[in-house]
Design a protein around this ligand. Structure first.
Ligand SMILES: *Cc1c(COP(=O)(O)O)cnc(C)c1O
Length: 450
């Protein structure tokens, strides 16, 4: 008689029922619809996996953030961080709401122009700007944020050939008490580099010094860090006025406010642990009002918030491809959307909910994507009900950075739809196909012979 292969015994903890003293089961609630639109019907129409964006949530987030600042400070302007999500449909919502554009490359700059943002409402950040890009941006009256001395000299050299005087600010990096310090971008405050750059700009006579900029980090959990940044930029602004006789028109504090996602491995869910936009607004505006500027000379406050405005407006809908037992006895679920689409699963423990009724038997399970690669882990271990092949799940808060950092690797990128405020769905980016992927490829003649 043939011997059966040996299988090691394993014991699995099965959870039944609702909340117990060991934790809340917030991930248990099925999410069958988004903004009133059925998850199953969207997947039937647009396929799986599928990204879904909520226009209503984007507008509400934006309006709430603007209100948090304008109720505390008279001159406030937001500039949408393109790299966070540069789907044109998304950018245009922000621009309709009154947001300027904040770009970090020539490609993003041209995207902003394509979205009909007036040149003088585009902020051009980033360490790389070619002569042609600078020429375009300066002649459009855009705000150029200088990142390093080589760029400062590049602009001085270029300025004689330009139609307009460049409107510039410098990016400043500084110690805000949060480490590791972001010191690779911009000019350092503490060692005097920033002041030296400002002096050079004004003395050159070739540029109009209009502002000061910093972007001190991302997913910042400390409001104090912003208070420190305000003090340090405020000090430079004061010296620009008094020593260079060149008051700055604005102070740009960049982005960095956290969304309510949960950082990987944190004990508390993000919804319970991150400061609100109101708390950041309070720290920033109270600092600005203490700088000593008169009411008529208060600088415009610019904010370049990205993730906090769009993260919770994005969902990934995905289908269970298979269930399996791992060799250690753990259960694993394979989904049709993995890290190719969810770059942020390297940083976040994304909340995942089933999209249909389920049994109340649950288990800690690993959640894998469809890639034939070991890195493709959506959740290392998450307590979920037992799901069947074909069941649908919703991955929450994926609106920031995934639709720009997703990769075409093994799989192609899927449809993206937006639900408008009336509950209509719009395809805002079509699923890729083989022709699209191969459009840019060229095969040398000698390889065309069989
Ligand atoms: C990425 C970036 C932002 C947006 O950052 P968030 O952390 O998403 O708010 C703003 N400004 C600059 C310069 C950036 O590089």
């Amino acid at each position: 008689m043939k011997k059966l292969p040996y299988e090691s015994p394993s014991i699995q903890k099965m959870n039944a029922g609702l909340m117990n003293k060991f934790g809340s089961r917030t991930e248990y609630e099925p999410v069958r619809q988004i903004d009133g639109v059925s998850v199953h019907s969207m997947m039937a129409q647009y396929g799986s996996p599928l990204f879904v964006l909520s226009e209503r949530t984007i507008r509400r987030n934006y309006q709430d953030a603007v209100r948090a600042f304008t109720t505390r400070y008279p001159k406030v302007q937001f500039a949408w961080s393109y790299k966070t999500n540069y789907l044109n449909a998304v950018c245009r919502i922000f621009h309709q709401e009154g947001s300027w554009a904040e770009v970090v490359s020539g490609f993003e700059y041209r995207k902003a122009l394509g979205n009909e943002v007036p040149g003088n409402r585009i902020i051009f950040n980033g360490p790389e700007k070619t002569n042609a890009e600078l020429e375009l941006a300066v002649n459009n009256g855009s705000l150029i944020h200088i990142d390093h001395f080589d760029e400062l000299f590049q602009l001085i050299e270029l300025s004689d050939t330009l139609k307009k005087k460049p409107r510039v600010a410098i990016r400043v990096n500084m110690d805000t008490g949060v480490y590791p310090m972001w010191d690779r971008f911009g000019f350092n405050y503490e060692n005097g580099q920033a002041w030296s750059a400002l002096t050079k700009i004004v003395e050159s006579g070739k540029m109009e010094l209009t502002g000061l900029h910093c972007h001190i980090g991302t997913f910042m959990l400390s409001t104090d860090a912003y208070a420190t940044a305000v003090k340090k930029l405020g000090d430079l602004a004061w010296k620009c006025k008094t020593q260079l006789n060149n008051p700055v028109q604005y102070i740009d504090l960049g982005g960095g406010f956290p969304s309510s996602n949960t950082l990987r491995g944190s004990f508390l869910p993000g919804t319970d642990s991150v400061p609100s936009v109101d708390e950041f607004a309070e720290a920033i505006t109270s600092g600005l009002l203490k700088l000593g500027f008169g009411a008529d000379e208060l600088p415009l406050l610019i904010l370049e918030s990205g993730r906090v405005l769009v993260d919770d407006a994005g969902y990934l809908l995905s289908t269970v491809i298979a269930n399996k037992r791992l060799s250690d006895g753990r259960r694993a679920i394979i989904l049709d959307g993995g890290v190719n689409l969810l770059f942020t699963s390297f940083w976040y423990d994304h909340t995942i909910t089933p999209a249909q009724d389920f049994t109340h038997h649950s288990e800690d399970q690993a959640l894998y994507g469809p890639l034939c690669m070991n890195i493709d882990v959506v959740r290392q271990s998450v307590n979920l009900p037992l799901l069947n092949r074909g069941d649908k799940v919703v991955v929450h808060k994926v609106g920031a950075y995934n639709l720009t950092q997703w990769m075409q690797f093994i799989q192609m990128r899927p449809n993206v739809v937006m639900i408008d405020e009336q509950g209509n769905t719009h395809l805002v980016r079509e699923a890729e196909n083989l022709e699209y992927i191969e459009q840019l490829e060229r095969v040398p003649e000698h390889l065309m012979k069989r």
